[in-house]
Design a protein around this ligand. Sequence first.
Ligand SMILES: [Zn+2]
Length: 457
Amino acid sequence: MTRTLLLRNATVLVTMDAERREIAGGGVFIEGNRILAVGTTERLPATADRVIDLAGHVLMPGLVNTHHHMFQTLTRAVPAAQDASLFDWLRALYPIWARLTPEMIRVSTQTAMAELILSGCTTSSDHLYLFPNGSRLDDQLEAAETTGLRFHAARGAMSVGESQGGLPPDSLVEAEPSILHDTRRLIECFHDPSRFSMRRIVVAPCSPFSVSRGLMQDAASLARATSTMLHTHLAENDTDVAYSREAFGMSPADYADSLGWVGPDVWHAHCVKLDEPGLATFGRTGTGVAHCPCSNMRLASGIAPIRRMRAHGIPVGLGVDGSASNDGSHMLGEARQAMLLSRVLHDPDGPDRPRMMGAREALELATIGGARVLGRDDIGHLAPDMAADLVAFDLRHPAYAGALHDPVAALLFCAPQTVSLSMIDGRVVVQDGNLLTLDAPVLAERQNALAGRLVNG
Ligand SMILES: [Zn+2]
């Protein structure tokens, strides 16, 4: 018989449902990996196989991360790449990344996922686009299994090296036929399209400046033939837009449109520099955006027009982006940054006047926004028949003391904390603030040893 679990007495339960209900004294009743009931504790069953009391906690849907490069957790804060913008930053890091090994892919995946889970994330995508020294996406998938995180693995690729006018060194690019062949293999072996799926494969050439037009088109055909999604980087900064105009004679959004890279089965990272026609194209076609505020600030890329995107009806989720340009994988922190950065762009005389982006809108991006971007209707909010992906934050932390007038807003207005409880697919993966699926100190030690070897050659 499937086991039942009762979470009860939360100070506030944030449902993110259609009415955006917040329930004082709320709880959730779960059977297996499925939510059966959501409501005030009195209206839920009185007992279950396991009961967890959440007095003093905010309980909410797990956060969804829509863009990352987990291997980069090995190259956080590398001195030569600390203060450079996108293209110089890449040139400083490519030679280091060329030394990555399968073991490094596995350990960095676990490290990134441990950090994500502790920060409230229950579903993440990752964009892995280089496979040196025998590395395969299989290494990452194997590591992901050990963490308990719900995972969308984007099989990235680069095919245009320096000698062909691209940015990456030739040693990091792959032949286009083998990219497509391997991506198809991964979809056939690992892609699970079912409801509550823990593992999906995404077709994801790295960026328009590192692959050919032909590969972008073939990737779109492959994704449509296999009902998988498409993901890449787009319009990240002014240089990126200039490259698009020079190399392809059109804006990034027009280029994406011309390749079939628009639609509800496509999401692009960044889109900081989408122009008005581009915003209209994305809105009309339901093309998604992974907004990565920390990375955009770190690389001085600019401020993505999130409010304008939402006004166009564009699905927007949040991404922490790779850890060499953030350098953290803290999802709650990313939601806070999205809220704060949006305010820098706020026009007191504009159409939004006078309302700035609030904590709840930022949390919406981090939950239902991300779920929509990843093409999922089974995660992102709490309601009967949704997946049991939930997180709880302990309001008794000193960081929240004095902020309990609005505990939900406190999660974003106060310094971002880590979860005390995380449940993914009905499985408790963090309890009392401790990660149960991995030995965090041992993992950090391994990661540091490998990072030292990677960066110092
Ligand atoms: Zn990225």
